[in-house]
Design a protein. Sequence first.
Length: 281
Amino acid sequence: MRWWMLAGVFALWTGTAGAQPTPQSLERGRYLVEVVGHCANCHASRGADGQPIAGRGLAGGWVIEEGPMRAVIPNITPDRETGIGNWTEAQIIRAIREGKRPDGSNIGWPMPIDFYSRISDADAAAMAAYLRSVPPVRNAVQGRSSYPFPVPAHPAVANVPPPADTPVARGAYLAGPIAHCLDCHSGRGPDMRIIPGREGAQGLSFTGPWGTVVARNLTPSTTTGIGNWTLAQFTRALREEIGGDGRPLMPPMGRGRVWAAMTDQDIADLFAYFRSLPPLD
Ligand code: HEC
Ligand code: HEC
């Protein structure tokens, strides 16, 4: 075979969605899905005590109710009957980034599509390949989500670029598209949309058996934010789930120390990003 034919074959092969993922991209997908993105925070099956069940991190079934909204979290393991085992890699990428299922329906709240729409092409492919590689778990979730409004579409963002090579830009990519920290840690208006310029300010509150906790101010305000924090304190908050006041962090921030496996580099980039925001009180 001549070299140009080989090049053509190679281009075809790498361009085919669903072609053999490399060990590196599977590992990247695992890190994004299981650690930084932590899809299990919503997609895990939960026991009667509300705690995630080990080994069922992506098997779904949890129901989140908020006022008139009821979200039934689907099984995203590759089980053919009860999960997404019949979806191609391209269909999974479309579901994550555009919130569109293969049947054309839109995926609703609280799946953070507004953030996931800007996951880079390579990272979305790595996540989809990883999701197709995990053991299928048979779990038929009960009922369907219902929303008191039409579920919005999320038009595709063409050729989503990877984050620029600066700590602040990489941190912004992790805090937004990948880990959706800003989903909880931003000020929202009465319509529940994030108020531009209030990113990182105090955000959503969560009530559970642990009481009510509020996603705290992560801007560099020296009075109410992380303006006086060191990288070591920020690392302790993510890895050991201890807040600035020394108390253990409660769910959904306290999540069984999954972020203990986050790399030093990613934590430092997140810190650089939050410290670059305008300080807000
Ligand atoms: C904050 C909660 C939340 C997080 C975090 C979350 N999801 Fe979802 N996801 C949902 C909900 C809720 C639905 C179903 C919404 C509906 O019924 O319209 C969903 C649906 C999906 C679907 C469509 C499955 C189907 O059968 O319809 C896929 C695929 C998916 N999520 C993948 C992911 C991946 C990958 C991640 C992590 C990168 C993730 N989700 C993180 C809440 C979440
Ligand atoms: C699903 C909602 C949610 C997401 C996503 C989330 N957080 Fe939080 N976060 C909270 C809540 C709620 C608290 C307060 C918990 C408490 O008081 O026990 C908190 C607390 C914190 C604290 C402690 C602040 C202090 O003053 O002690 C830090 C630091 C933090 N989050 C960083 C992050 C980072 C970085 C990310 C993304 C990698 C993130 N959070 C994603 C909800 C969230």
